[in-house]
Structure formats: structure tokens, C-alpha cells
Ligand binder design. Structure first.
Ligand SMILES: Cc1cc2nc3c(=O)[nH]c(=O)nc-3n(C[C@H](O)[C@H](O)[C@H](O)COP(=O)(O)O)c2cc1C
Length: 323
């Protein structure tokens, strides 16, 4: 059996923030995380923007910095600043579909312009000694420039490429087309990290088998099930990993204790609802209770947790009894 590939926690702006990453790090199982993108607008003041990145956030787990922008000089300067701040890897975002982002010509817009994608990636590669990488979608409106974009990225000197095989137009809707990861493996010499729709250990194994990718990146699957990385690792070491309700409750505790101190009560409730919204998709018996959890409208975080945690326990126990 092959050894467990490297497992990477995906960047997820708005969901996978510091609070989430800290809680995930308390569970562990992944080899590296990627911070959600730092947007580098044309008027960016590089040193102050760079302060948002902390390389020791998850120690001993490394966290890569991800940059999004379209000005090669600024992106190079920012990459340098990330390296100075201890980043062991700097990633170029070529995937974000948001209109505010693509309107600035960055994120997935770079997929319409392979020359610019190449120029930015090369400027970053030339600016730093640490590995520069690219994370991209399979295309903007369609996949007509797929191969050209892959080659533009590779010829810039990047160390590896992560592929989320949906176009910008796809958003997060239709299933990821893993065959594009397999194609990327055929086209590129550098390693390819496969990403998209890994929710279970079998998904991870299927992606590896179907695409021959070198490593796996998981986003939403880890928000629903924070133990997914351990489950995958256990498979490769031929051991059993059974996530317990107690471990899940400990994870939730760490999550709550890492909510930003200056976050208002409503923000805290919404953040926890968002997390529970994902967790309640991870088992059938929890799915049945999801609506009840989401429609509960509490006035404080404590009252939300006082309602949602017993519901979580109920769904968890029902599932255990059903299996
Ligand atoms: C809420 C959200 C925010 C995201 N933010 C980023 C981001 O900051 N940078 C990035 O490269 N990808 C971002 N993504 C894309 C994910 O990293 C990943 O490519 C995508 O969700 C597919 O993987 P998954 O099915 O494992 O979630 C985001 C996805 C979601 C759902």
C-alpha cells in the first residue's frame, strides 16, 4: 500500500479563519495549512498588510501564506514580506470567484490571462527563496485555457500546483471534475495537489486512485468533520480511528475559546451557527436536526450552545445506535 500522501488544510476565507484553524490544529492530522487569501490591491501598503500573516499561528504545523493580486511588482514585494515573516511557502491565488476580486483582475481572473499569471508567479518566484506555489481552478468561463494556464504556472518556477477542478462560473455548485486533476498530472512535471469534494476517507482514496495526484487538500470536508485527516492517516497506517463525541465537544470548546475577543454577541452566535451548520451535515441523523438547529434564534452564545450541543449529542447517539 502507498504511504499516506501529504494532507493540507485548505484556505477558506470567511469560514476557515484563525478561530477555525486554531481549533483544527488542536485536533491535528494535517501536515500544513494555508491561510485564507491576503488581497494585495494596487494601492497596498505592503508592510502593514503583511502583519495579518503569522507564521507561528499553528506551530508545530506550518501555515503557508496565500496572496491574491494582479500587480507583479507588488505581489513580489508582498511575497518577500511573507518570507521575512517566516512563511515556508507562498501561494498565488488563481481561483477566487468573487466579483469584487475578479473585478480587480486577480483571483480566478488570472485564468483568462495566462501571460499575466506567468509574470506574477515568476515575479514571486524570483523574489523569494522559499517555494512559491499556485492554487487554481480549471478555468474561468470554460476550460479552453486549462493546459495553457498549467504550463504558464509551471514555467514560472513554482514548486507545485493545487487544482480545484471547477471553473469560476461553476462556483462551488456542480461536482468537482477530478478528471482535470488527472489531466494536470499528465501535463505537468511538478507535483499536483488534488482538491475538491473530499468528504470521506473513500473520497480521498478515490481521488488518489482516479487522478494519481501527489497530495490532498481538504476544505469543507474538514469543517463538517474535523477528524477527516486523522481518519485518512489511520487508513494508511492500517489502524482504526473512531472519532468520539467527547473529542468533538473538546474541539468545539477550543473553537469557542478562540473566537475573537472583540467579536459582538451576534457575530459569535452566527459564527457558531456556521460551524454547526457544517457539522450537522456530517451524519444522516444530524442532517435531520440541522434545520431545527439553524432556525433556533438565541439572544446569547450560551443559549445557542445550550440548545445546539444537546441536539448534537442526540444526533450523534442516534447515528451510533443506527450503525
Ligand atoms: C467559504 C470558502 C472560502 C474560500 N476561500 C478561499 C481562499 O481564501 N483561497 C483559496 O485559494 N480558496 C478558497 N476557497 C476554495 C477552497 O480552498 C477549496 O479549493 C474549495 O472549497 C474546494 O475544496 P473542498 O471541496 O475540499 O472544500 C474557499 C472556499 C470556501 C467554501
Amino acid at each position: 500500500m502507498r504511504k499516506c500522501p501529504e494532507l493540507i488544510l485548505a484556505p477558506m476565507e470567511g469560514v476557515g479563519d484563525r478561530t477555525f484553524r486554531k481549533a483544527m490544529a488542536s485536533v491535528g492530522g494535517f501536515d500544513e495549512a494555508v491561510m485564507d487569501f491576503l488581497s494585495v490591491p494596487k494601492n497596498a501598503h505592503v508592510p502593514s498588510l503583511a502583519k495579518k500573516y503569522e507564521s507561528d499561528e499553528l506551530l508545530p504545523i506550518p501555515i503557508a501564506a496565500q496572496l491574491m493580486g494582479s500587480d507583479p511588482n507588488l505581489m513580489a514585494a508582498m511575497a518577500k514580506e511573507m518570507e521575512k515573516r517566516g512563511a515556508k511557502r507562498v501561494d498565488l491565488n488563481c481561483g477566487c470567484p468573487s466579483n469584487t476580486v475578479t473585478g480587480n483582475g486577480s483571483g480566478s481572473s488570472l485564468l483568462k490571462n495566462p501571460n499575466l499569471l506567468h509574470t506574477i508567479a515568476k515575479a514571486m518566484v524570483d523574489a523569494v527563496n522559499v517555494p512559491v506555489t499556485v492554487k487554481m481552478r480549471s478555468g474561468y468561463e470554460d476550460t479552453s485555457l486549462f493546459e495553457e494556464n498549467l504550463k504558464a504556472a509551471e514555467s514560472s518556477g513554482i514548486k507545485f500546483l493545487t487544482l480545484h477542478p471547477r471553473t469560476k462560473i461553476d462556483g462551488y455548485g456542480p461536482p468537482a471534475k477530478w478528471e482535470y486533476i488527472a489531466k494536470a498530472k499528465e501535463i505537468l512535471k511538478i507535483p499536483v495537489v488534488g482538491n475538491g469534494d473530499i468528504l470521506t476517507v473513500s473520497d480521498a482514496l478515490n481521488m488518489l486512485k482516479q487522478t494519481n495526484c501527489d497530495a490532498l487538500m481538504i476544505g469543507r470536508g474538514s469543517v463538517a468533520n474535523p477528524f477527516i485527516f486523522h481518519e485518512i492517516k489511520a487508513h494508511f497506517s492500517n489502524t482504526l480511528f473512531q472519532p468520539s463525541l467527547e473529542a468533538l465537544l473538546r474541539y468545539i470548546d477550543v473553537f469557542v475559546s478562540n473566537l475573537p475577543e472583540d467579536m459582538q454577541s451576534r457575530g459569535r452566535i452566527n459564527k457558531m451557527k456556521q460551524l454547526f451548520g457544517f457539522i450537522f451535515t456530517s451524519k444522516n441523523s444530524l442532517k435531520e436536526l440541522r434545520k431545527e438547529m439553524l432556525t433556533f434564534s438565541p439572544s446569547t452564545l450560551d443559549s445557542f450552545l445550550g440548545f445546539a450541543i444537546p441536539l448534537l449529542k442526540k444526533g450523534w447517539v442516534n447515528e451510533s445506535q443506527a450503525t
